[in-house]
Design a protein around this ligand. Sequence first.
Ligand SMILES: C[S@@+](CC[C@H](N)C(=O)[O-])C[C@H]1O[C@@H](n2cnc3c(N)ncnc32)[C@H](O)[C@@H]1O
Length: 213
Amino acid sequence: MVKLRAWLRPIFRKINHLRCKTWDLVHGVDTSGEIPLVNLNFESTHKTPGLEYQSHHPAIIRRALTSLPVRHPDFTFIDIGCGKGRVLLMASELPFRRIIGLEFAPSLAEIARQNLGKYRFGRQGRAPIEVVTGDALDYKLPPEPEVLYFYSPFSPPLLDQIVNNIESSFQQSPRDLFILFSGVIGMRDRAFGSRPQYERLLREAHMDLYRHR
Ligand SMILES: C[S@@+](CC[C@H](N)C(=O)[O-])C[C@H]1O[C@@H](n2cnc3c(N)ncnc32)[C@H](O)[C@@H]1O
């Protein structure tokens, strides 16, 4: 059984890639691929080997977004490490107050900006969207009700620092704060699951949803 799974994995990967490519073609955008950050031409001490750009299939992202128990016009949505912006595109279908993508690889941030202009689905939610080129560690969260989205963007020590920054921001400006976090279970627990101030509202195969108490 284990052997069969290992044998099937590359086939499922290929099928998933083709499905994502098809979604891109239909929507007129470029959000697919797995791109190791070491292949991208930019300098950062946080460009750790092993990190890469990739995104979930749109159905997984849509499911995560629709699980949010929020009144969208009251909330800012921020994808921390937005890559080519697939999550921003999907969030743009909802009526968030505003949407922000933060990305430290300039070439990916530029593709995300281009995608926002090309997205064929249209911007049903009409939230203003901004892609910021910058490092998550230096980013100051706006002190307003927020949904933060993470998909495995950081090495564990960096993730700890970012979670501490989020906590300082919250202590300075207490507010409604939701976190959608995707990654291996150990990483989810390390980041938010093991912290008592975060209530876990949902755990699914790909994603946890937390609310700051
Ligand atoms: C796995 S991808 C997820 C992309 C996007 N969130 C999505 O789900 O479609 C992680 C992204 O985080 C970015 N990233 C990694 N470290 C970062 C940092 N320190 N500051 C900002 N972005 C970072 C990477 O360049 C990459 O695009």
